[in-house]
Ligand binder design. Structure first.
Ligand code: GAR
Length: 215
């Protein structure tokens, strides 16, 4: 019988270690893009409130009218702007409107926190090396929309999450931080995602802090 409990309760599976990242550094204005629940948006807002991240969220942009992220933004008194991708002729037109909105709110760094849209050169060029994404796998494994399902189907024993700088290729770009999460014998997509999200909420604010300090 294999016990996973020790490995699951330590931070040593996060690299680089969060304890090596000191709070502080230059202040930064963030724009967050979210498509769904927005728990990662919430983790960033909480880290700012706790003084772990020297930043301010200028705006949340969401693309699904019923995204719970918008409710969270309202609770935090953060402006939320709905840009529905279905209203635009092309991905480029949609991204151009996103860029206009980010600029209107004086955003310096963009965080894709559960943003389920493929981004184009229009967004990448406007914020070169200043777009951060969180993905629920240990990249470069399991890119795309169903990362957790892919991990379970593949038979790997360790899953996780990655925060990286965004490049044009989907789920690609320099890795800022990763956390490993053991897969348990009875895991479903939901149970594994829940444990991955605990780690996401730890590493996303820390990786943002790392990125803005390295600038
Ligand atoms: C997160 O698990 C994030 O890693 C994933 O969407 C979820 C959003 O959760 N992102 C992707 O799959 C991007 N390829 P949240 O809305 O509760 O933050």
């Amino acid at each position: 019988m294999v016990s996973y409990s020790t490995a699951m309760t330590t931070n040593s599976l996060i690299s680089p270690s969060i304890t090596s990242i000191l709070p502080g550094g230059a202040f930064c204005r963030l724009g967050i893009l979210a498509s769904g629940s927005g728990s990662n948006f919430e983790a960033v807002a909480q880290a700012i409130k706790n003084g772990q991240l020297n930043a301010q969220i200028q705006v949340l942009i969401y693309n699904n009218p019923d995204a719970y992220a918008a409710v969270r933004a309202e609770n935090w008194d953060i402006p939320a702007v709905l840009l529905n991708h279905r209203d635009y002729k092309s991905r480029e037109d949609f991204d151009a409107e996103i860029v206009r909105t980010l600029q209107k709110y004086n955003v310096e760094w963009v965080v894709m926190a559960g943003w389920m849209r493929i981004v184009t050169q229009v967004l990448i060029q406007a914020y070169t090396d200043k777009i951060i994404n969180i993905h629920p796998s240990l990249l470069p494994s399991f890119k795309g929309a169903s990362a957790i399902e892919q991990a379970l189907a593949s038979g790997v024993k360790i899953a996780g999450c990655t925060v990286h700088i965004v490049r044009l290729q989907v789920d690609d770009g320099p890795i800022l931080m990763q956390a490993a999460v053991p897969i348990l014998p009875d895991d479903t997509t939901e149970t594994l995602h829940q444990r991955i999200q605990i780690e996401e909420h730890r590493i996303l604010p820390a990786a943002i802090s790392l990125a803005i300090k390295a600038e």
